[in-house]
Ligand binder design. Structure first.
Ligand SMILES: [Zn+2]
Ligand SMILES: [Zn+2]
Length: 83
């Protein structure tokens, strides 16, 4: 499987590839990687964009929405980054 995205935890840097992905799937990959860059780890929920691989569904079916728990963390981190 080709690399879809890469990021270092808490680095503030993320890279995601849209190669052969639809807009919706790419959004999920991008959100997953940016979340790592912000410092979020993997999530145990399969219905979360931060779910860990391997995923029981194909990558294209990975949800591009974060679960409520991750969304809270995401919001908190984004607020922390705001000037
Ligand atoms: Zn990940
Ligand atoms: Zn989650």
């Amino acid at each position: 499987m080709p690399v879809r995205g890469i990021s270092a935890l808490g680095s503030g840097v993320a890279l995601a590839s849209s190669w052969r992905l639809g807009d919706e799937a790419f959004l999920g990959v991008a959100r997953h990687e940016v979340a790592h860059a912000l410092g979020l780890g993997h999530c145990g929920r399969w219905d979360c964009a931060l779910s860990e691989r391997p995923h029981p569904m194909s990558l294209a079916d990975r949800p591009n929405e974060l679960c409520p728990g991750c969304m809270d963390l995401w919001d908190g981190l984004c607020r922390g980054l705001a000037p």
